[in-house]
Design a protein around this ligand. Sequence first.
Ligand SMILES: [Zn+2]
Length: 269
Amino acid sequence: MLTVTARETITRLHMGRTVFGRPLYTVSAYLVDGLLIDSGPPATASELLRRLRNARVERIVHTHYHEDHTGGDALLQRALGLPVLAPAGALPMLARFPAIQLYRRIVWSTPRAVKAEALSEFVVTPRHRFEVVPTPGHSADHVCLFEREQGWLFSGDLFIHERARYAGPDEHVAGTLDSLRRVLALRPRLLVCAHAGFVDDACGALERKIAFLEKLIAQARVLRNEGLGEDEISRRLLGPEGLMTRFSRGHFAKINLIRAALAAADATA
Ligand SMILES: [Zn+2]
């Protein structure tokens, strides 16, 4: 599945693998002024290529290495000869993608290695200048791209949802909070998220996400001090685990967010 929408001069390419006509899970890449920001999962690479053949695309730039953001690269690079820019921390993973869990292969398909160059402080296109803002937390290599004149913040997977309750085992909540505060200080006007799409009230949404995580950390700390275990804390604060936890065999689960929140509580104790 690939659907295209637009806001201002930004094109949203919304992608996902479908099973019996329904998308399993979706992610968006964005095209602005010849710059493709992320390239979707490997499963939709050929659809993306068909869509971009007649568009002006000069470069690919990545927010982080995850396969649902970089999976289109190998095919686009081969067919269109596009250079790929990525955060320095992503380069070893892109050159030799680490093995991923079965559920990720089912949802996104298996990524192939690509050659990329390290991002510097800015990405400049004919009409825009994007500041590369380091925003670790969701992954250690994560960056956002900020277009100051327009107030656009391309936030990759930093935001996802105001109350995202699932996390992978690498999530670092203290890092995510620092990163959210860093981008909030830029006072963006339009948040351009890989999962939530175009979010108009950018600062309000970031503030609410920060408040959600701060409260989660504080509540998790209180419950642990009362002697509760991680499973019980997770159930009380985030509700029972859902289908995604079973499907991913616990790799993508609510308990991971609680563990990360408790680690953040310890870090600020
Ligand atoms: Zn990600």
